[in-house]
Design a protein around this ligand. Structure first.
Ligand code: SF4
Ligand code: SF4
Ligand code: SF4
Length: 409
């Protein structure tokens, strides 16, 4: 039985399957005639459901809006680029968006420059879609400029909404100096190179050349979410946002532009539900008490049972729904990219609380004492990185610090 069979829930052997694996070969085979009759009597399987692209609910745009074309800007701050690419999930509609709006800036796709944006009137851009967190001076300058020039700003993707993976840099106690030192001096691929230099080379934020001064943005010690730097109108979480979320955003903007309908209220989180991810996850919850924490690759994952019940740490209980439980359907735990529910401000501590309820301490069960719990939890590799994988910028304590002892140590 292959990996994909297990992944897609085909690990239950039927008596009449022909997989030929050892497990099945060991079972007593039914006589051929009986087997044939059983196959004949079996009801016809329902045809597979046709995949419906959520963007099909959003028709191709019918030329320019009555009030003239909108202006659209897309900016990529500190992120991996996946959010920019996810906009291409609009498929062929990306071409017709050009009917609705002029794209005044989209660094990976069109030629709008910072000076073009700076020359625009305030609020001249209808919508700026900004992905990525804010981690350097250029990010901060650009998002502030786009805010000034835009009617609406959308915080697009988990990095923009909560800091995302770039904000894991906040866990490095020495901040940017420690990061730069490791990346440019200590890591094995750079160390050899640096050892051969007369002086270690680090990126400079300003260098004089014969042609003038060349500058680079300066890194910050703390990576921030977009709303910690500018006022935002809408948020779309997701790493990256899904087609459904993009469809909702496009539908709202199109209804505003073509029919004059009111935009969603400021502060709307697009594409999220008012439930936790657990409530939309199809896995069967038995609220088993866990006694061991495992990674998905360490066990044969039951295709129907809740992952937490199987000892796999899943952030579903503390994560807001909306993605359709994409990861848990594929036998991977939720890592929390949609962020916390509206009633929770601290994603990481919320998941700690959920996990605490899974230990059998309240059952007068003598098999799980404090030492056992410490042992179980110690098996979580990088707990801060796990529980705040996407939301470090929004944590109450936003960065690691090294406590100085008396005497300056
Ligand atoms: S949210 Fe995810 S996909 Fe988007 S920029 Fe951040 S890491 Fe990349
Ligand atoms: S803990 Fe994870 S696997 Fe279990 S029901 Fe919730 S989302 Fe699904
Ligand atoms: S299951 Fe969790 S990590 Fe996966 S897409 Fe949904 S919210 Fe994000």
């Amino acid at each position: 039985m292959g990996f994909f069979d297990r992944l897609f829930g085909k690990n239950k052997h039927k008596d009449d399957c022909d997989c030929g694996c050892k497990e099945h070969a060991a079972k007593e085979k039914k006589p051929a005639a009986e087997k044939k009759a059983a196959v004949k009597a079996a009801p016809q399987a329902a045809p597979p459901k046709e995949f419906v692209n959520p963007l099909d609910a959003f028709p191709l745009l019918p030329g320019a809006p009555p009030g003239g074309k909108l202006k659209l800007a897309v900016y990529w701050a500190a992120g991996c680029g996946g959010c920019d690419v996810s906009l291409l999930d609009t498929n062929e509609r990306i071409l017709t968006i050009g009917d609705m709006a002029d794209i005044v800036m989209w660094p990976i796709a069109s030629d709008g420059k910072e000076k073009d944006i700076a020359a625009m009137k305030d609020k001249e851009i209808t919508v700026s879609i900004i992905n990525g967190a804010v981690r350097n001076t250029e990010n901060e300058h650009m998002v502030k400029l786009l805010r000034q020039k835009s009617l609406l700003v959308v915080s697009y993707g988990t990095c923009a909404c909560f800091g995302g993976s770039p904000a894991l840099a906040n866990l490095v106690p020495g901040g940017k100096d420690e990061i730069l030192d490791y990346v440019y001096r200590q890591c094995p691929s750079m160390k050899d190179f640096q050892d051969k230099q007369k002086a270690a080379v680090l990126p400079q934020t300003s260098v004089k050349t014969n042609d003038g001064v060349i500058t680079l943005p300066e890194l910050y010690d703390v990576v921030k979410s977009l709303d910690q730097v500018i006022d935002i109108d809408y948020s779309i979480p997701g790493c990256p946002p899904t087609q459904e979320s993009i469809a909702q955003l496009l539908a709202a903007v199109a209804a505003f532009a073509y029919k004059g309908e009111a935009l969603p209220p400021k502060g709307t989180m697009v594409g999220v539900s008012n439930k936790t991810l657990c409530e939309e996850c199809p896995r069967k919850k038995e609220s088993r008490r866990i006694t061991k924490i495992v990674e998905p690759h360490e066990i044969d994952v039951d295709p129907e049972l809740c992952l937490m019940d199987q000892g796999i740490l899943c952030l579903g209980p503390a994560t807001v729904g909306g993605c359709g439980a994409k990861c848990t359907r594929a036998a991977q735990p939720c890592r929390g990219c949609y962020g916390p529910t509206s009633v929770v401000s601290e994603h990481g501590s919320s998941i700690f609380t959920a996990i605490a309820s899974l230990f059998p301490v309240l059952d007068k069960d003598p098999t799980c004492g404090e030492a056992d719990i410490i042992e179980i939890m110690s098996s979580v590799k990088d707990p801060l990185g796990y529980f705040y994988a996407f939301t470090m910028s929004k944590a109450l304590i936003k960065r690691s610090v090294v406590e100085k002892k008396k005497g300056g140590q």
